[in-house]
Write a protein that binds this ligand. Structure first.
Ligand code: CA
Length: 267
């Protein structure tokens, strides 16, 4: 039987593959150049009283193409956050006048800055502050001393996410599909039996993909703040355990953040 592939030698195939790879390269470059351009004009505000940290962040993020504004005092920082409309805020927790936690609270209450992405800077071993900060709506945190490259990577991840659609009818991660309208979980196209609470838990996690959600936040999202049966945070851990079993090979996407909560990874 004759078909169009019959006369192609292995060498030809290799040549064709190479040619396709060659075409792909400019597209790839164009794609990354575009990402860079989009990042380039974005303003990042840092509120931090330690001058050397501000210099380090300014220099490194500047090299990544960001415009960096700095405030050494809480009041100035708050004013700048409202006036300059930064794309993201790096907020130190230990500030002399108004603490980072307070600033976070104020910004979340203001409609103008309600959704401003915030990364908290914190000293090692301030677990309670970390939990509190994330509960108040900080998007991520980074512990001092930190690598500027790590900080830049986190910033880019958050900005990429904040540009994406908040929530569609279908949430996907690899072979996982969460169909919101049909209330269904599918794994490689096959339906997986899931309880209502597991569904809501997964929805909350996938909807905040890449962000750490504390157990308290998950409790509130899934069970509601005013739950009459007084559900404890370990219920969340239990449900997560059940959910992971159902996710099989994909269970690793739900990452445990020790003594804080959970994060869903899309990549
Ligand atoms: Ca400080």
């Amino acid at each position: 039987m004759e078909n169009s592939f019959a006369n192609i030698s292995a060498g030809d195939v290799k040549k064709r593959v190479e040619r396709i790879k060659g075409w792909r390269e400019p597209f790839r470059m164009f794609f990354y150049a575009n990402i860079r351009l989009k990042m380039a004009n974005e303003t990042i505000l840092i509120i931090e009283d330690e001058k050397n940290i501000v210099e380090l962040v300014k220099f490194n993020l500047g090299q990544e193409g960001f415009r960096v504004l700095a405030a050494f005092r809480s009041n100035t920082g708050l004013e700048m956050a409202l006036r300059e409309k930064p794309a993201l805020l790096i907020l130190d927790l230990m500030l002399p006048e108004i603490t980072g936690i307070e600033i976070c609270k104020i910004l979340r209450q203001n409609p103008k800055t309600k959704t401003l992405p915030i990364i908290m800077l914190m000293a090692r071993g301030t677990e309670a502050d970390k939990v509190l900060g994330l509960e108040l709506g900080a998007d991520d945190y980074i512990t001092k001393p930190f690598s500027p490259r790590e900080l830049a990577a986190r910033i880019k991840a958050i900005l990429r996410r904040s540009r994406e659609q908040p929530e569609s009818e279908m949430m996907r991660a690899g072979p996982l599909e969460l169909d919101i309208s049909r209330h269904e979980l599918r794994l490689s196209g096959k339906k997986v039996g899931i309880t209502a609470k597991e569904f809501q838990l997964l929805r909350a996690l996938m909807g905040s993909c890449g962000r750490v959600l504390t157990r308290e936040v998950l409790l509130e999202k899934v069970w509601g703040r005013d739950n009459s049966i007084n559900i404890e945070t370990r219920t969340v851990d239990m449900r997560i355990g059940q959910l992971r079993k159902k996710l099989g090979k994909e269970s690793g996407r739900i990452v445990t953040i020790k003594s804080v909560g959970y994060r869903f990874d899309n990549d």
